[in-house]
Structure formats: structure tokens, C-alpha cells
Design a binder for this molecule. Structure first.
Ligand code: GRF
Length: 197
């Protein structure tokens, strides 16, 4: 199974995927890692592992549709089976989500549909929930919407800061991501996760 990973941040979740691929425990080929700005730490992690990288720099496009088109064309040029958003902090537009319909995976640090958006951890903490977690889902053109493939719960501690909670969520997020990628690589389809017997 061939994937392209998109990231905006440090790429620590992506690193887990890279490590599993290198260790031979995940039957996935990371064809390329792309980012929306050149300073994304994920790019350096990919380069260090000898993985091709690309940047479709959001700040260089006056028009969101033009940026989205460039992202779609560049991603498609690697012919991925799946595209993984691993901390990609831009909402891909319809051209992209149509091109990769049913094949665009996202991880989110909350139990969707609760707390979507860029601050899922902070929002859950502020709301005062006692349990939050993470979600792997098929992304559509909404904000963290689309069919849920897998979730894991993480208890909120009285002493939690946003950073501490996010770190514990990420531990679960990495497990979940590796599990889902492994299952997809073994031939399970997104439909298999969502259909009810
Ligand atoms: C993850 O929690 C992801 O769900 C969220 O941002 C985090 C990415 O962290 N959108 P990293 O860049 O993998 O360290």
C-alpha cells in the first residue's frame, strides 16, 4: 500500500509510521511527505529517512482554490492508495477530497464528533470532559468530518495541562494509526469499519 502523508507540524506521529515502515512491521510505502509550509518538522523527519518531500506553500498562493489544485495535482503525481493527514492543519478543498474520496485519512486528537477543529485538546479540557481521546477517520471537505474508522479513549486527569493531555492522546493516536494502516495494508477497506452487521 502506497501512501502520501501531509503534515504541518513536528511530525511526531508521522515518525512512528516511518519507524514502523523502516522496522518492517508495517507493510506501507511512504511515497512522499508533503507540507503546507517549508518549516514543518515532518519534512526534516522524512528527509532523514530518505523519503521524498514536497511543499505546496499556502502563503505563496493568493487564491485558496489555486493552492488546493496544486496540492491535488502534486499529491496525485505520487499515485497513492491513501493520503494521510498527520497533523495537516489545512482543510483540503473539494477538488482534493473528490480526487481522494474515501482514501483521505485523518487523525484527530479528540473523540469526534466532539471537539472538531484546530484545538480539539484545549476545547475538551475547557469543557471539562472526564474522558477524551483520538479518532482516525476518512476525511471529507468538512472540518474533521467523515466516517469514523477507529477511536481510543484517554482519561482526563485533574492535573492535566493541554500539553500533558495532548502528549497522552498522541501515544494512543500513534497506536491507533499504526493499527488502522496495518489493517488497510492487509486489505481491509474503510467500508469494513463502518458497516454494521
Ligand atoms: C496530532 O495530535 C494530530 O491529530 C493533530 O496534531 C497533532 C500532530 O502532531 N492534528 P505531530 O505533528 O505528529 O507531532
Amino acid at each position: 500500500m502506497r501512501i502520501v502523508a501531509l503534515a504541518s507540524g513536528s511530525g511526531s506521529n508521522l515518525q512512528t509510521v516511518i519507524d514502523a515502515v523502516v522496522a518492517g512491521t508495517l507493510d506501507v510505502e511512504i511515497a512522499a511527505v508533503g507540507a503546507d509550509h517549508p518549516d514543518a518538522g515532518a519534512l526534516a523527519r522524512a528527509a532523514a529517512a530518505g523519503i521524498e518531500t514536497f511543499v505546496v506553500d499556502f502563503s505563496e498562493f493568493g487564491d485558496r482554490a489555486d493552492w488546493n489544485h496544486a496540492l491535488t495535482v502534486t499529491t496525485a503525481s505520487y499515485a497513492p492508495d491513501y493520503v494521510l493527514s498527520s497533523g495537516f492543519m489545512r482543510i483540503a478543498g473539494e477538488e482534493f477530497t473528490t480526487a481522494f474520496e474515501g482514501r483521505y485519512l485523518n487523525t484527530h486528537p479528540a473523540l469526534l464528533p466532539a471537539f472538531p477543529g484546530a484545538h480539539g485538546v484545549r476545547d475538551a479540557l475547557r469543557y471539562g470532559v472526564k474522558v477524551t481521546g483520538c479518532t482516525v477517520h476518512i476525511a471529507d471537505s468538512g472540518v474533521d468530518t467523515g466516517p469514523i474508522l477507529a477511536q481510543a479513549a484517554v482519561p482526563v486527569l485533574d492535573t492535566d495541562t493541554e500539553e500533558a493531555l495532548h502528549e497522552r492522546i498522541k501515544v494512543q493516536e500513534r497506536h491507533l494509526l499504526l493499527t488502522v494502516l496495518g489493517e488497510l495494508a492487509a486489505g481491509r477497506t474503510p467500508q469494513d469499519y463502518v458497516s454494521r452487521a
